[in-house]
Write a new protein. Structure first.
Length: 131
């Protein structure tokens, strides 16, 4: 990935995910690459797979924070960050990320996903949700 070969990075991460079905890292990293490429629907699938495999770690949250705050990631980065924070048990921070996205992009490509995630978080804060 660092060499700019995202196709090879995705293939390598897919292999890593197959080897260890409970490792959240390769699936999450696939989601991040797809998000940065603007492949939002594909990123949703990979992140949902990641959260099904295990609880997100702070380092994965930090990757999304860096993408959003330093690398000028797409606006949808905030949605994935909010989703990940909710899954990690950081409910208030996650809800804030989602609300901030909705404020800035009320008709955005992931606005409905935000609303679903916010509703789900309000009723089942520890449950795995999918936008």
């Amino acid at each position: 990935y660092c060499k700019g070969d995202t196709k090879q990075a995705l293939e390598d991460l897919e292999k890593a995910a197959e080897v260890n079905k409970t490792d959240v890292f390769p699936r999450s990293n696939m989601g991040l690459i797809l998000l940065r490429q603007g492949k939002i629907e594909e990123a949703k699938i990979k992140y949902a797979d990641a959260f099904a495999a295990g609880k997100p770690t702070q380092s994965l949250i930090n990757d999304l924070l860096e993408t959003r705050d330093k690398l000028h990631g797409p606006p949808e980065t905030s949605v994935f960050l909010g989703w990940m924070r909710i899954e990690a048990g950081q409910l208030q921070d996650g809800q804030k990320d989602l609300r901030d996205y909705l404020t800035a992009h009320p008709g955005g490509t992931m606005a409905e996903d935000c609303r679903r995630l916010l509703k789900s978080a309000a009723t089942r804060p520890s449950a795995t949700t999918k936008p």
